[in-house]
Design a protein. Structure first.
Length: 107
């Protein structure tokens, strides 16, 4: 969804009559400002690297921005925990191999 489309979509969902609470009046511009920051940062990194890249958004707040910009290619909410789990598995496997070589059979 493009920035303009996201803005129009949010505007369509706004209360009728133009009456909004103070927080609502500032929420959409703040959100779109963050989207612009994300897009700008990604564009600068891609320009600096000058190579094809896949952008993966991760974490709880990233879910808010994934559908609002085409700059993010994939959203993976649990990337960090999955990475830590993979590190644990590899270390456990390596420890088991070392224990087998040394005859150490402690748990």
């Amino acid at each position: 969804m493009r920035l303009r489309e996201a803005s129009q979509d949010r505007a369509a969902k706004a209360p009728a009559g133009g009456r909004r609470r103070h927080g609502q009046r500032h929420a959409v511009p703040a959100f779109l400002g963050h989207v612009a920051l994300i897009e700008g940062m990604i564009a600068r990194i891609k320009a600096e690297r000058n190579e094809a890249m896949t952008v993966v958004a991760t974490g709880g707040v990233a879910s808010l921005f994934h559908g609002a910009t085409r700059a993010i290619d994939h959203f993976e909410p649990d990337l960090t925990i999955r990475g830590l789990l993979e590190i644990y598995r590899r270390n456990a496997e390596q420890c088991n191999q070392v224990r087998g070589l040394t005859g150490d059979h402690r748990p």
